[in-house]
Design a protein around this ligand. Structure first.
Ligand SMILES: [Zn+2]
Length: 479
């Protein structure tokens, strides 16, 4: 059968490193961005020395709960930890503490825009667990770094709801934005703060029976997820076309070669012998704690994007850019709250400020010298005809460099358009009196001469005054 006669069924298992200050069961620093020196953030608990007892970090529970609630999930008021038994050199304890049977939150969904349409993808559950250490292979030696051991993770397991790579990639990008907006994680794939395993099976179009699933591991960017899905789909179609079967297995993805390889077959599947963790009590969430967390929930990135589109009437691209980064969105909202002019605020932010940031290689808007208040002042001055758009750009550039006040910059550089009516009228009178021939011509319906008179007024004012107002006064005086 040709490839178009098959459809894909995809689901994801996503691991996210939670941005808490300390690790999951001890007071060691949780070096989210990975510490440079190996084995400095360790203690007897996260090295699991005999007799050590873990204690659940309340901050991790709070962050996990906030993230779950952002998606309107069902909070499990009593969740438990289980032991997942396995040995690997990066895991000093020979088991992982996870939540197999009673995860902290159940069933909810994530909404995102795919090709301009709102789509909803359902999630099976999210549970908390601890991370393992890291192995560093150096020549014939393998070194163990346990800085990461015992760091908190969220594992998010989706239902089989994706039918193609675009949906998967948009979903993951939305997830990343949500994590960042709620300060739960930076979810940077390159830093392994967000890792995603992709399960993929194929079946004839219209079938209800899923094909054999293959799990793809070690994918560390959004674009390589897309490439891995395409390659695995083609591989499975080819196997079925050749009359072979797809084996249930775990495959590693090599992005440089653009192909996957077998890591573990079904026969090698481990028996993890899950059982309730005897060293930890269940997590019991009280109403007050849940309410406290609920109060800190941020606006969802998708809600922000729709608000920019529908209420602020911004274009698709602007709404996407401003809602993609929550710090940028917050900055923009502050400017609009002062100027009450979303379109102009968006224009100055996206076409002037973001370009200045790009030029200066700055990504974080919270670190720039222009405050939302000063950018608003520039926009207000433009709207009051005090600054031309060219001069406004000069003021913003200067603000970006010095962080001084917009009005002081405009005044010190003599950029303010003067609109003093009395002074303006006296200039117009002088020009009318000193150009009697041209005035007569204009009154004889020579429209072109009007532009000349406005030009004379501008010249007399050294260009510091607003031509729009000269226009109005001349029209009024010449009738
Ligand atoms: Zn520790």
């Amino acid at each position: 059968m040709p490839a178009k006669d098959y459809e894909k069924v995809i689901w994801l298992e996503i691991h996210v490193r939670i941005k808490s200050n300390t690790k999951m069961f001890c007071n060691c620093k949780n070096a989210v961005a990975l510490a440079d020196e190996p084995n400095i953030n360790v203690c007897p608990i996260c090295m699991w020395f005999p007799g050590m007892l873990p204690v659940v970090n309340k901050e991790v529970v709070r962050l996990g709960l906030i993230w779950g609630m952002m998606m309107g999930c069902v909070v499990n008021k009593v969740s438990r930890f289980d032991r997942k038994t396995y040995f690997y050199p990066d895991n000093p304890i020979s088991y992982q503490i996870t939540q197999m049977y009673e995860p902290i939150v159940w069933v909810w969904s994530v909404k995102t825009l795919v090709n301009g349409e709102i789509r909803e993808f359902s999630i099976h559950h999210m549970h908390l667990e601890n991370d393992a250490g890291k192995l560093v292979h150096a020549g014939w030696k393998t070194l163990c770094d346990y800085n990461r051991a015992g760091s908190p993770l969220m594992e998010i397991v989706t239902n089989p709801v994706f039918s193609d790579k675009e949906e998967v990639m948009e979903f993951l990008k939305e997830l990343q934005k949500m994590m960042r907006a709620s300060w739960v994680s930076d979810a940077d794939m390159e830093k392994w703060q967000l890792r995603c395993d992709v399960n993929l099976s194929i079946m004839p179009v219209g079938s209800k029976v899923f094909g054999t699933r293959v799990e793809l591991k070690n994918i560390n960017s959004f674009s390589s997820i897309g490439r891995a899905i395409d390659a695995e789909f083609s591989r499975q179609v080819r196997l079925l076309d050749e009359g072979k079967q797809v084996d249930q297995e775990t495959r590693g993805w090599d992005d440089d070669k653009g192909q996957s390889h077998t890591m573990r077959s079904k026969e090698d599947a481990m028996d993890y012998r899950y059982f309730p963790e005897p060293d930890l009590l269940p997590i019991v969430l009280e109403e007050d704690f849940i309410e406290e967390c609920r109060k800190t929930l941020p606006e969802l990135p998708i809600q922000k994007r729709l608000r920019y589109l529908n209420e602020f009437k911004l274009g698709e691209d602007d709404a996407r850019i401003l809602s993609a980064d929550h710090t940028l969105g917050t900055y923009f909202d502050k400017v609009v709250a002062i100027t009450n002019d979303p379109k102009k605020s968006c224009a100055y932010l996206t076409t002037v400020v973001l370009w200045l940031m790009k030029d200066a290689l700055v990504d974080d808007i919270t670190t720039i010298k222009i405050t939302p208040e000063e950018l608003s002042e520039v926009i207000k001055m433009v709207n009051a005809d005090e600054l031309s758009s060219t001069n406004a750009k000069i003021v913003v550039e200067e603000l970006f460099k010095s962080g001084w006040s917009a009005r002081n910059i405009a005044e010190s550089k003599n950029l303010i358009q003067k609109n003093d009516m009395w002074a303006l009228e006296s200039i117009v009178d002088t020009i009318i009196n000193s150009n009697p021939t041209q005035v007569q011509d204009y009154k004889g319906w020579n429209e072109k001469i009007f532009g000349f008179l406005v030009g004379q007024c501008m010249k007399a004012s050294s260009g510091a005054w607003n031509p729009k107002i000269f226009n109005e006064i001349l029209k009024k005086k010449l009738g």
